[in-house]
Every structure is written in structure tokens, then in C-alpha cells.
Ligand binder design. Structure first.
Ligand SMILES: [Fe+2]
Length: 297
């Protein structure tokens, strides 16, 4: 066979393999676990902060945290091969393993508002599972949810958008605020500088877009933050092309904060890869993720 034809066939096979993997990866839900420990907030300029990446911890490892959550984000139900049934199975498993104080959804129910009913159905299934297990189900809005009316009510979760709840440690009388900032959507972006909660307890903030931290006043920065939005890049490209060229408005990815657990000027930040796919039904080197988050106050 001629060399040119052989090279062409190899290239075609590689492209086919790539496309097949892009289509298959959205089905592979990764259940992982992190442990967040409160540290001192430095109050310095976040855009110049030294970002420390922290490791995931093994599932099933021994621990006795103050609070234990199940966190998932970005279901984008138009393209979400991970069904609510599979997510509920992961919630049940996490609850059996060590109990859950809350299930938290990080926003982006759908990509397009006309598909909202599909997203509500998905989240109502999660809500029913939480009710059965006696676990409160909270959530906040993502940038794709800003045009939806009463999405929390229709989805069966308690909204964290500009609301604050006091949670008590499972092992002491230590308390924490659980609160959230609403996402105004990308087109008419409004960033919050303040939070609605007080400052007498450490704050656990649900903020769909991690860049929210860059806009909070130094005295409003939380001890813990749970986010999504970047989809881990969704389709990872060389030289962070997806962030450096396609999504230029996102700031944290340029500082290396795309997915995972970080300490940024004392704030423990978790950025989930999310569950579904936005815009295109592909993922590459960025599998769907649902995470057990342990909090040490
Ligand atoms: Fe999203």
C-alpha cells in the first residue's frame, strides 16, 4: 500500500476514535470526594493570588467532618446522558457511607430556556430521592437559568440565591452560613460585592461562576465556595485554547482554576466539571462529576 494512503487511513482512524471518545465520555460519571478545611482569609488581591491546587481524597476514606455535602452542577439536560436515576444512586451511596447534611446543585438546569421542563423533571427526581432520605436539597442559579421563572419551585430545591441558612456541625456546636449568589447571565452580567449573611460564622458560598469570588469585597469573601460553570473545559484543547480563544471573558481559567479543589487567598474553592454537556454533546478529558464535599469548620 502506498505510504500516503496508509497515513490517510491512520489519520481517519484517529479522528474516528476521537469522535467516538467525545460521544462516549459524557456517559462516564466520576464520583469523587474532597475535604475542605477552613483557613485564614488573607484579604489580598484575588487576581494576583497564589493559587494552591489541593488533591481529591479517596472515596470511603475515614473522616469525621463538621458537614458533609453531595455537590453536582451544570446538568444541561438537553445533553445529559447521566440520568437522574444514576445521580440518585450516587447520592444514596454517599448517604449510606457517612450521611449527608445537604445535597447542593450548582446551577445551569438547561442550555436553552425552552427546554426547561426537561430540567425540572430531572431535578424533581433528585428532590424526591432527597426527600425519601431526609436530606435537604439546595441549589442556586446558573447563567443559563436567568430567564427561567421560579426554577427552584418547579425543580423541587430550596434556592440559595440571596438567601442564607445556618447549619450546625454534626460533631460540635460550631455553625456555618450556607448562602448563594444569583447568576445574572452572561449578557447582562451583574456581580455581587456583598453576601446576604452575617459574618459571625464561616460562610459556605454556592456561586455558579467561580469568577464571582473576584468581584466580592474582601470582607465578604467566604471560607468555602462551591462552583461549576467551566465544565472542566468540556472538550480540553491544547494550550487551553477553549479559554484563551473561545471563552475569553472567564478570568479564573487563565489563573489555572478550571476544575478541582483550590485554596485562593484562604478561600477553599471547589470547581466541579458538572454533569451534562453545554451546546455540544461532547466531552473530552473532562468526564461528568458528582462530588462528596466534606467541610471542616
Ligand atoms: Fe454550564
Amino acid at each position: 500500500m502506498d505510504v500516503f494512503l496508509t497515513v490517510l487511513l491512520i489519520l481517519a482512524a484517529l479522528i474516528l476514535l476521537y469522535v467516538l471518545w467525545c460521544l462516549a465520555e459524557p456517559f462516564f460519571l466520576v464520583n469523587d470526594k474532597i475535604s475542605m478545611t477552613r483557613s485564614e482569609l488573607s484579604g489580598g488581591d484575588i487576581s494576583k493570588a497564589t493559587v494552591t491546587k489541593l488533591p481529591f481524597i479517596p472515596q470511603g476514606s475515614e473522616s469525621a467532618p463538621d458537614l458533609r455535602f453531595f455537590f453536582f452542577s451544570d446538568i444541561h439536560t438537553e445533553w445529559c446522558p447521566v440520568t437522574a436515576k444514576r445521580l440518585n444512586k450516587a447520592i444514596r451511596k454517599a448517604h449510606e457511607a457517612g450521611g449527608l447534611d445537604a445535597v447542593i446543585f450548582g446551577g445551569d438546569i438547561i442550555t436553552y430556556p425552552e427546554n426547561a421542563a426537561k430540567g425540572y423533571k430531572y431535578l424533581n427526581e433528585v428532590s424526591a430521592c432527597c426527600k425519601e432520605l431526609g436530606i435537604p436539597f439546595y441549589g442556586n442559579s446558573g447563567n443559563h437559568d436567568c430567564k427561567l421563572e421560579n426554577a427552584p419551585g418547579k425543580s423541587g430545591f430550596i434556592t440559595l440565591d440571596s438567601k442564607a441558612f445556618i447549619l450546625t456541625s454534626r460533631k460540635s456546636d460550631a455553625k456555618a452560613y450556607l448562602t448563594g449568589v444569583p447568576d445574572s447571565g452572561k449578557l447582562q452580567r451583574v456581580w455581587q460585592e456583598k453576601l446576604v449573611c452575617g459574618s459571625e460564622y464561616p460562610v459556605i458560598l454556592a456561586a455558579h461562576d467561580p469568577d464571582a469570588l473576584l468581584h466580592l469585597a474582601p470582607d465578604a469573601r467566604p471560607s468555602f465556595m462551591l462552583s461549576g460553570h467551566f465544565h472542566g473545559g468540556q472538550m480540553k484543547l491544547p494550550f487551553r485554547f477553549e479559554f484563551n480563544v473561545l471563552r475569553t471573558t472567564d478570568k479564573f481559567p487563565k489563573m489555572g482554576v478550571i476544575q478541582g479543589h483550590f485554596n485562593i487567598n484562604g478561600t477553599e474553592v471547589f470547581v466541579s466539571r458538572g454533569v451534562g454537556c453545554g451546546i455540544l454533546p461532547f466531552r473530552i478529558f473532562s468526564a461528568p462529576e458528582a462530588t462528596v464535599v466534606e467541610i471542616n469548620l
